[in-house]
Design a protein around this ligand. Structure first.
Ligand code: SF4
Length: 216
């Protein structure tokens, strides 16, 4: 059972469909006022990897789907470069409604929305989670009851907490703002891809040594 740190829980929700219905009608924070569509997670329900972004952008808000705008296209290219198949993963967000004029979500909004991500983690049971950007790392940290630090400090590393591997990564929007980070972004996914493969063939001790996995 995940440490919910006193947050609301959706343990009574037994399916992703129920969860998506709850998200679609949610009014738990003020982001509800600015959204056109709340955006549910999307992807393989037995994912090898759970990717967590920040918040829906304008296109996602219009279409009600995660990562369909410019950030999504960059993410697709990086996944393809790393040989990670899109149909093997599940993509979600820290908050499900678009903040006005594309601002970052507040910690209070991330906290109120984190119960949905917690439920997805419980239902999907991913072995590896890739939080992309500071909002995602805050959300995953709240769920695990751990301060995971800032993304600039932990991106590219592999962490182990509560029986899960975390592979923090830049958010693609940060790469669009600063293309100098692109190679690092792609290489981080390449490392995750290798780790996904090795997870099935190597003993945990070997994995911890080879990938310098840090227990937190
Ligand atoms: S951002 Fe999350 S908590 Fe806030 S209204 Fe949307 S779904 Fe609800």
């Amino acid at each position: 059972m995940l440490n919910m740190g006193g947050m609301f829980s959706y343990s009574d929700m037994e399916s992703l469909g129920e969860l998506c219905n709850a998200i679609s009608s949610c009014k738990k924070c003020d982001l509800y006022f600015s959204r056109k569509n709340a955006v549910c997670g999307f992807g393989n329900v037995k994912p090898k990897l759970l990717i967590v972004g920040e918040a829906p952008g304008s296109k996602e808000d219009d279409m009600g789907k995660p990562f369909v705008g410019r950030s999504g296209k960059l993410l697709d290219k990086a996944l393809e470069y790393a040989g990670i198949l899109k149909h093997e993963i599940y993509i979600s967000n820290s908050v499900r409604c678009r903040p006005k004029i594309g601002r970052a979500p507040k910690i209070s909004e991330i906290r109120k929305c984190s119960g949905y991500l917690s439920s997805e983690i419980s239902l999907l049971k991913p072995r590896i989670i890739v939080p992309m950007g500071n909002s995602a790392i805050k959300s995953v940290g709240l769920i695990l009851g751990i301060n995971l630090g800032r993304i600039s400090e932990v991106q590219g590393s592999i962490l182990y907490a509560d029986g899960k591997y975390l592979a923090p990564q830049f958010h693609p929007a940060a790469i669009l703002r600063d293309p100098k980070k692109l190679e690092r972004f792609k290489d981080n996914f390449l490392k995750v891809s290798g780790f996904m493969e090795d997870l099935h063939v190597k003993a945990p001790e070997g994995l911890f040594i080879d990938y310098k996995v840090r227990r937190i």
